[in-house]
Design a protein around this ligand. Structure first.
Ligand code: SF4
Ligand code: SF4
Length: 408
């Protein structure tokens, strides 16, 4: 698809990139079949191809209309379309360019802009979020059911491993996960300790920037990323072998730092180094002898697990079919999950900003996950876990917690 950049956009690097990405789209429409919003709404403008066309119009100088903003906002950035696309269209990068254009010339109301700014600021500050969650948990018994179900009960981390190993890896703490599910990184530390690896935190690390970035707060996200680059580079210099990430939504963002800073002379090399050192937990465990660690599955004893592969893992990081063998090796029995490529509707702040669509997608996802009568649903992303858990008939856990529980 050819794009004639408007005079205003012709000199902009992001617009040039957008033009090149749009140029790789051949209109075939294969992506429509796997787009969750097109499947639900049946409107071409809620499909990848329709949104690409809207972004092309913006780059050619069209004004940002509320209609354009609505259809771009409804995109989950799940990137299922990228996995399907035979032409290799980098849709995720393109939609971020489109959203930045919308935000620069935004038809959004002052109230909506304020809401987005506050959301990005509150969710990406670990201490602010932890305090707000604690207040919500205390007030939970007094709230109406539909609000109470969105506030998870307090969870405690299990014991921390005592041993210290010479092999060290950094682990990203995240902004909401420590308060919502502290046992995830604690379980990762216990499992890695069994493999002779100690996990360490970088004290001055902040949010990975994904929340702000996908809310259109590009500058804020880049500032967070720069702070992390300084912090993590220091730890890598001190001997940490890798930066582990237990939330696939954060992992895909950190792996994209290299792309975000590639035109920035001051930060490009550091960003490339950190992105190259970033690993999802499943990448590190895939070389471990899980069967031996778990006593050939004696503890898991064939417990039935439905695996929910987050979009940020399977489409964003292209790490499909990596967790399932680990769970099987630990002795779990995986149930069949139809349409596993479809998004659960969580998608960062989507579950707050697009509540209706998000709940409809969650219902579809839970029906497929629970169709095989599992005893537990396993995931790899805190956002998906918190979105699915209140409506699920069985517990929803991070897969590393299941590996930890199965370990002897
Ligand atoms: S990212 Fe997901 S929701 Fe957005 S256009 Fe692609 S498939 Fe559809
Ligand atoms: S599958 Fe790829 S090339 Fe085909 S319409 Fe979708 S984005 Fe364009």
């Amino acid at each position: 698809m050819h794009t004639e950049l408007s005079r205003e956009h012709a000199a902009r690097e992001a617009a040039q990139r957008g033009k090149a990405i749009i140029g790789s789209c051949v209109h075939c429409g294969f992506c429509l079949a796997t787009c969750p919003t097109y499947q639900l709404l049946g409107n071409e403008l809620d499909s990848p191809r329709g949104r690409i066309y809207l972004i092309k119009q913006l780059l050619e100088g069209a004004a940002v209309s509320p209609v354009t903003a609505t259809h771009l906002d409804r995109c989950l950035t799940c990137r299922a379309c990228e996995t399907t696309c035979p032409s290799g269209v980098r849709y995720g990068e393109l939609v971020d360019i489109g959203r930045q254009l919308v935000d620069e010339r935004s038809p959004r109301t002052v109230r909506e802009r304020l809401r987005r700014t506050l959301l990005g600021a509150a969710l990406s500050r670990r201490s602010v979020f932890a305090a707000a969650l604690r207040v919500g948990q205390l007030l939970r018994p007094l709230l109406p059911r539909e609000h109470a179900e969105r506030i998870p009960a307090r969870v405690r981390a299990g014991r921390a491993p005592l041993s210290r190993h010479s092999r060290r890896m950094l682990i990203l703490q995240g902004c909401v996960q420590p308060a919502l599910a502290p046992n995830i990184n604690a379980a990762a530390a216990r499992v890695l300790a069994r493999l002779g690896i100690s996990l360490v935190n970088a004290p001055s690390e902040t949010c990975c920037g994904a929340l702000s970035y996908h809310l259109g707060g590009t500058e804020r996200a880049l500032a967070q990323a720069r702070r992390n680059l300084v912090s993590w580079t220091r730890e890598l210099d001190a001997g940490a072998e890798a930066l582990l990430v237990s939330a696939s939504g954060c992992g895909v963002m950190v792996k994209d730092y290299a792309v975000l800073f590639r035109e920035d002379r001051q930060w490009a090399a550091r960003a490339a180094r950190v992105s190259a050192a970033t690993r999802d937990l499943c990448e590190v465990l895939s070389v471990a002898d899980i069967a031996a660690m778990t006593g050939r599955g004696a503890r898991a004893a064939g417990r039935r697990v439905a695996w929910q592969s987050p979009c940020t893992l399977q489409h964003g990081q292209k790490l499909n079919d990596r967790v399932e063998p680990l769970l099987r090796a630990a002795g779990y029995a995986l149930t069949y999950v139809p349409d596993a490529h479809l998004c659960c509707g969580s998608a960062g702040t989507y579950s707050i900003l697009q509540r209706d669509l998000s709940v409809r997608l969650r219902n579809v996802k839970l029906a497929t996950l629970q169709s095989g009568a599992p005893e537990v649903i396993a995931t790899a992303n805190i956002g998906c876990l918190q979105h699915l858990a209140p409506a699920a008939a069985v517990p929803v856990r991070h897969w590393i917690e299941l590996i930890d529980e199965a370990s002897t």
